[in-house]
Design a protein around this ligand. Structure first.
Ligand SMILES: O=C(O)CCC(=O)C(=O)O
Ligand SMILES: [Fe+2]
Length: 403
């Protein structure tokens, strides 16, 4: 999921429909006569998948059915590879990173993981289980609130500090995804906090502690990545990030789905920022594209799954990979995840680090500079899925040869 939602013009349309759906839901909730729709018009579907799942449907509404080639049962994306598998991602031990005797080895693991998979797991990160467990717990309770309470946070403003919604990009998705979400802007925290949901009553407190710890973890991992890339960490981009950064948290809810083989919780996408940290409950679902195959990630309980975003692929001049990933769902177990997206401030133009560009050494600049406005314009003009934004920033010399 990208760091931001779709541009205003598109979102306005969807939100008008969302708000109609919410109003209808609110009325039914008040009357206490909530009933399953006999037919699923678009407005009804905008009430989200938690609502659909709770209504006890046994058949997936047509709007969620993916074309056969995109269904999760079809695991090979190229005819030269077949089958699917599981992956235990490389493990980056934060305690080792803090130990001068082990730091070099941990940096090597992180560097190899970012090049090979664009994904790794972080363990011994120092988050108390009360902070991460508390975040998952409050996230779950948020999605158990009546729809009318959740729907208060639907917004047409893409810069709103809080937005509740459904699918991937509900304004554009021809096929809807089996996901509801709550997006919280986390920076600058004191300014955005008064807009965050007041229900559940402890959400602000728990999410503040989680967001603060997530930003600290991001800074530590970012410093390690810069060191591994051979970029000075004193001042520079790390200093910029310490002064100002962008940070958004998306709480994802994937309810049990009647026909999970026909749909996805989130379609194939790459993330927009520098690093994303994913906290998840005990239900698997995240898959990464590796060598043309979808691999299901086997997370270590209590770890964070971390992935490189488009900004870091660009900043590292292609050394680190912003990998495609997606989420599959299942018929019995609902899943909750919390994705924290960290990057430079939205107004910052990002290009390859000068230290990593050297024509004479065979390292030409591989990406154009990019900024947030360009990303929004891209979203407005094309389908933002399948990594096409990043492709659009590649310089021709770096394009793969035509066969
Ligand atoms: O739910 C997950 O495991 C991943 C979510 C994700 O990829 C995203 O929010 O961008
Ligand atoms: Fe993602």
């Amino acid at each position: 999921m990208s760091l931001v939602a779709a541009p205003m013009a598109i979102v306005d349309v969807a939100n008008a429909q969302l708000q109609q759906a919410a109003a209808a839901a609110a009325k039914k909730d008040e009357d206490g006569h909530e009933q399953q729709e006999s037919s699923y018009d678009y407005g009804a579907l905008m009430k989200g998948v938690r609502h659909l799942s709770d209504s006890g449907i046994t058949r997936l509404p047509d709007r969620y059915v993916l074309p056969a080639s995109d269904r999760p049962g079809v695991l090979a994306v190229s005819s030269s590879v077949a089958g699917s598998g599981r992956v235990k991602l490389p493990v980056v031990n934060l305690a080792g990173l803090r130990d001068p005797c082990q730091r070099a080895a941990v940096l090597a693991t992180l560097d190899a993981a970012c090049r090979e998979y664009g994904f790794f797991q972080v363990v011994n990160h120092g988050f108390g289980s009360d902070v991460s467990g508390g975040m998952l717990d409050v996230a779950q309770r948020f999605f158990e609130l009546p729809l009318a309470e959740r729907a208060r946070h639907m917004s047409a403003d893409v810069r709103a500090p809080v937005r509740y919604g459904t699918s991937f990009n509900q304004a554009k998705d021809d096929v809807l995804c089996w996901r509801d979400f709550l997006k919280l802007v986390c920076q600058p925290l004191q300014a955005v906090l008064p807009y965050w949901p007041q229900q559940p009553a402890d959400l602000r407190d728990v999410a503040t502690r989680y967001a603060t710890a997530s930003h600290r973890l991001f800074m530590e991992v970012m410093e390690a990545a810069l060191e591994a890339l051979g970029i000075p960490t004193a001042g520079g981009v790390l200093g910029e990030l310490a002064a100002s950064s962008s940070h958004m948290m998306t709480v994802n809810c994937y309810p049990a789905c009647p026909q999970p083989e026909l749909t996805l919780g989130m379609p194939s996408h790459s993330d927009y920022g520098l690093f994303t940290f994913v906290l998840q409950d005990h239900v698997e679902g995240l898959q990464v594209m590796h060598d043309g195959r979808w691999l299901t990630i086997d997370p270590i309980p209590g770890s964070f799954v971390v992935n490189v975003g488009d900004h870091l692929e660009i900043y590292s001049n292609g050394r680190y990979k912003s990998a495609l990933h997606r989420v599959h769902v299942n018929s019995t177990r609902p899943r909750i995840s919390v994705a924290s997206f960290h990057s430079l401030p939205a107004e910052r133009v990002i290009g390859p680090a000068p230290e990593l560009v050297d024509d004479e050494a065979g390292n030409p600049r591989r990406y154009m500079d990019t900024d947030f406005a360009t990303f929004l314009a891209y979203l407005a003009s094309a389908d933002g899925k399948n990594k096409t934004f990043l492709q659009s920033r590649k310089l021709p010399a770096a394009a793969p040869p035509c066969l």
